[in-house]
Design a binder for this molecule. Structure first.
Ligand SMILES: Cc1cc2nc3c(=O)[nH]c(=O)nc-3n(C[C@H](O)[C@H](O)[C@H](O)COP(=O)(O)O)c2cc1C
Length: 357
């Protein structure tokens, strides 16, 4: 099918079909708007907030199979399900098929995730030099071996948990191996694919090549569902990706940071063609809730430090946000946050209040 035919086919889809349930293996999800795995960000607290705001499925950040086999406490924390997270995927990375298989089985037995996702996209040299992450894109045989080992081991547990794979477009512009990698993953038993169509060499620069996503959708039609990731910074961009590529669902990553509202807004856009604005009170209230969840998860000191950058993301674009951020970079306890935010609310309601008097 030519590229033109593909576009014509996709634009025939009506918008009402764009938000829809999706099936991955035996797993049926109520909708197709997901939170992507984000190392250092998609922890239990943030995932919980994204579920509150309508994410249909959430991914943990990538978990090292080598570290998990050694049972590091940090790894355990990354995997725990949030209280409101009815369905989630744990993403694992590694290049040793046996370690990956063992990790998947232990995670399933202990945490009962609805899906195990294999990372074949991480561009960080400390990961790729071990043959894991994006390095698997240059080695389809190894990717096949990893996926097959995980899939077989999961099947032997007797629990129907689909194994999925997240890929990039390749190693570099001269090694665009997405097709070979995708075929290897599916032949090994992957129940779904997600592609972030940038190369490893691009890391996060340039733009994601949605044409590659559209081609992958066509190749996999009737075989496995394909999800899209890359440059989704607004509800409209998610709509455009669904329409122009025909992918079954989308995964927000950077677009959800400090903006978990994007899940609900996207669903509204897909269902009714418009979406509601988010008030500054919603933004601050949600950031405060995330702070409290993160305090429970990581302890007050760590959470308060980590939440400085997250508050900065939440308060981008709100009136008085710059001044608020100046104060929040100093916050190191819940009390600090409460004092600063109380002053900010007073200023918002009574702009002439001078708290220094
Ligand atoms: C800080 C950061 C951490 C990420 N961590 C992971 C990860 O652990 N696993 C993964 O598969 N992708 C990871 N990604 C990639 C995202 O899931 C996503 O595919 C990518 O950011 C493209 O989407 P975006 O342009 O909408 O942000 C990460 C991206 C960022 C920015």
């Amino acid at each position: 099918m030519s590229e033109l035919d593909v576009r014509e086919l996709n634009t025939m889809e009506t918008d009402s079909q764009l938000y829809r349930p999706v099936t991955i293996g035996n797993l049926t999800l109520p909708g197709n708007i997901f939170l992507a795995p984000i190392a250092g960000y998609s922890d239990r607290s943030f995932r919980s907030i994204c579920v509150d705001w309508g994410a249909d499925f959430t991914y943990t950040e990538m978990v090292s199979s080598e570290a998990y086999i050694r049972s590091s406490a940090k790894t355990e924390k990354l995997i725990t399900r949030a209280h409101n997270e009815r369905r989630y995927a744990v993403q694992i990375f590694g290049a040793n098929p046996d370690f990956m298989a063992g990790t998947a089985v232990r995670i399933i037995e202990r945490y009962h995730p609805e899906c195990i996702d294999i990372n074949a996209g991480c561009p960080m040299p400390k990961i790729t030099k071990t043959g894991a992450g994006s390095a698997l894109m240059r080695n389809p045989e190894k990717l096949y071996a990893v996926v097959k080992a995980v899939k077989d081991a999961v099947e032997q547990t007797g629990v129907a948990v689909p194994v999925t794979v997240k890929i990039r477009s390749g190693w570099s512009q001269t090694e665009l191996t997405w097709k070979e990698a995708a075929i290897a993953a599916v032949e090994a038993g992957a129940a779904a694919l997600t592609i972030h169509p940038r190369t490893c060499a691009q890391c996060y620069s340039g733009t994601a090549d949605w044409d590659i996503l559209a081609q992958l959708v066509q190749i996999m039609r009737g075989r496995v569902p394909v999800f899209g990731s890359g440059d989704l910074f607004s509800p409209q961009s998610a709509h455009d990706m669904l329409v122009s590529t025909g992918c079954i669902g989308v995964m927000f990553a950077r677009g959800a940071m400090g903006n978990p509202f994007i899940f609900r807004q996207t669903r509204e856009l897909l269902q009714i063609g418009a979406y509601s604005e988010i008030t500054p009170a919603d933004k601050i209230g949600t950031a405060k809730k995330e702070l409290m969840l993160l305090c429970e998860e990581a302890g007050e000191q760590t959470a308060c430090r980590e939440m400085r950058k997250r508050f900065a993301a939440y308060t981008k674009g709100i009136a008085g946000g710059a001044k608020l951020r100046e104060q929040l970079v100093q916050a190191s306890s819940i009390q600090d946050y409460e004092r600063i935010l109380k002053n900010f609310s007073l200023q918002a309601v009574y702009p002439h209040t001078d708290n220094n008097r």
